[in-house]
Design a protein around this ligand. Structure first.
Ligand SMILES: [Zn+2]
Length: 305
């Protein structure tokens, strides 16, 4: 199976890449984006089921109302980003079925960040699909043990997840490729040490014309931690955190989607019938930088007598 994996050689992170083959759409399309917006609340429960819908071209939302899970179709081989919570993963699998996509064709299961609300369902999805779980080498123990790394700002806050069998671990995860599809990975640590942002181009045929959009699945990037954790105690971690935010800000994205739909107003934007507009990558990143600065200011204020 690993022979199918090809790393994408990357010198420039921000230029869009073409989908190398036109893919057949699934048999069903799920509901419309506007219907999904009716179905879900702006800040919804993580495990509330919702039907799947198409975001653009080969890219589908198969998550719950409160946690995203993104299915990107290649030519008979597909990539799934995030499985949701252990419970939410049942919805994810059902949604893949609803679309008429063969679960066994999901080759890679990857993630946004290694917390239970996004990868707690990995074990269930792996069991059902046989997908190869991908992660950077340093994060592999989180999947293998179900426990976050000691340097995670949220270490000690979550109960362990079901362990997962690792597919392939790489020092640096630059991207993933399957037949007819390649996606880029951008390291955006901060919310968790292994947090990733994903970026790809998706094309759609509309009235004979090909409409291509660059899609970004940007990680949460929010400075949330255990009570006794101070971001200001970890200058190196902070430096990487800021670099990740800057990488997101530098991307020209047509469509922004996020692991928590609420972080980028996905329900409100879906109501317009498109995720285009409403929030740019630059605006999203700027908001995250403000949140981080606010958090650091709070830590400084608490530290001063
Ligand atoms: Zn989360």
């Amino acid at each position: 199976m690993f022979a199918r994996l090809s790393m994408i050689a990357l010198s420039v992170m921000i230029a869009p890449i073409a989908v190398s083959a036109q893919t057949e759409g699934p048999q069903a399309q799920g509901i419309s984006m506007e219907e999904w917006a009716q179905y879900c609340e702006r800040w919804d429960k993580w495990d509330k089921p919702a039907p799947p819908f198409r975001i653009h071209g080969n890219t589908y939302y198969v998550g719950t109302c409160g946690i995203s899970s993104i299915l990107i179709l290649g030519a008979g081989e597909h990539i799934l980003i995030d499985s949701g919570t252990e419970k939410g993963a049942e919805t994810v699998l059902r949604n893949i079925n609803t679309l008429g996509v063969d679960q066994r064709e999901i080759k890679f299961l990857t993630y946004s960040h290694e917390h239970f609300d996004h990868v707690g369902g990995h074990a269930l999805v792996q069991e059902a699909t046989g997908a190869s779980v991908m992660a950077r080498k340093q994060i592999a123990p989180v999947f293998e043990t179900g426990v976050v790394l000691p340097n995670d700002p949220q270490a000690g806050m979550h109960k362990p997840m079901k362990p997962v069998r690792m597919g392939l671990t790489l020092d640096s995860l630059k991207g993933l490729a399957v037949s007819g599809l390649s996606i880029r990975a951008i390291e955006t640590p901060g919310h968790s040490p292994g947090a990733m942002t994903w970026y790809w181009k998706s094309c759609d045929k509309q009235e004979g014309r090909e409409i291509c959009k660059s899609i970004i699945y940007a990680d949460s990037l929010s400075p949330v931690s255990a009570d006794d954790y101070q971001f200001s105690d970890h200058p190196k971690y902070l430096e990487e955190y800021r670099k990740g935010i800057a990488r997101v800000a530098a991307i020209e994205c047509d469509i922004l989607i996020t692991p928590h739909p609420s972080h980028s107003n996905m329900v409100r934007r879906a109501a317009t019938g498109t995720f285009e507009g409403g929030m740019s990558c630059r605006e999203y990143a700027a908001g995250k930088m403000r949140d981080l600065d606010k958090r650091l200011a709070k830590e400084a204020a608490e530290a001063s007598p």
